[in-house]
Ligand binder design. Structure first.
Ligand code: PGA
Length: 251
């Protein structure tokens, strides 16, 4: 059985103080939940404080990007080991905003993913089509390309630390969620792609999160789909009560 995984992606939001206040509230509300994995992806400057605040709780803290080199003359970049040093246990790689605005490609996703895995970080690899790609019928082709090239030359062992987030770009921050059936169709396709790459046993163990306007009122139906194993959530993860409702999607 795949443990459901609800992860917030705060993007470029929250000061250190705001983030710590959130964690203090959420850790009390979510204490004792052990059948759902819980994460928050936050901005670099807040990571250490958030990791300290979440230390010893069931909330994991992660970065929203990293570089693929471990040190050196790369002004402005953050190494995977630096995320570890700040107390992170995971990193989000290849978010569509990074692909759209910051030149992220499948090749850089692959390099960053391997570098993060080498430091023992869990990696949430984001994939998903743009609106025009869905409209012109190339969703599967785009998603397959993201999965195959983003995960190229990873091992079965590596895949234990990989989570895939399927985020249709047209659903991010727009209030337009994919229907549960639309999400399931692509999630099943992603699992089939993983089966082709790594075999059924590995593919069956990989969590595939859905992302794109997930809210407390639609999370349960999305999570009821057989291949939807979690959610990567932006807007609705910014408030503790809403995040709590997402994590408690079963109730
Ligand atoms: P959203 O963002 O929940 O605000 O649509 C999701 C994401 O970009 O990860």
């Amino acid at each position: 059985m795949r443990t459901p995984y609800i992860c917030g992606n705060w993007k470029m939001n929250k000061t250190i103080a705001e983030g710590v206040t959130f964690i203090e509230t959420a850790k009390a509300a979510l204490a004792g939940i052990s059948d759902v994995e819980i994460g928050i992806g936050a901005t670099f400057t807040a990571l250490k404080s958030l990791a300290d605040a979440a230390n010893g709780t069931n909330i994991k803290i992660g970065g929203q990007d990293c570089y693929w080199e471990e040190s050196g003359a790369f002004t402005g970049e953050i190494a995977p080991s630096m995320l570890k040093d700040a107390g992170c246990s995971f990193v989000i790689i290849g978010h569509s905003e990074r692909r759209q605005f910051f030149g992220e490609t499948n090749e850089t996703v692959n390099k960053k993913t391997k570098a993060a895995l080498a430091q023992g970080l869990q990696v949430i690899v984001c994939v998903g089509e743009m609106l025009e790609e869905r409209e012109n019928g190339t969703t599967n082709k785009v998603v397959e390309d993201h999965v195959k090239n983003g995960l190229v030359s990873l091992t079965a062992e590596d895949m234990k630390s990989i989570v895939i987030a399927y985020e249709p770009v047209w659903a991010i921050g727009t209030g337009k969620t994919a229907t549960p059936a639309q999400a399931q169709e692509v999630h099943a396709f992603i699992r089939k792609t993983l089966t082709d790459m790594f075999g059924a046993a590995v593919a069956d163990g990989v969590r595939i999160q859905y992302g794109g306007s997930v809210k407390p009122d639609n999370v349960k139906e999305l999570m009821s789909q057989p291949d939807v194993d979690g959610a990567l959530v932006g807007g609705a993860a910014l408030k503790p009560d809403s995040f709590e409702a997402l994590v408690k999607f079963k109730s």
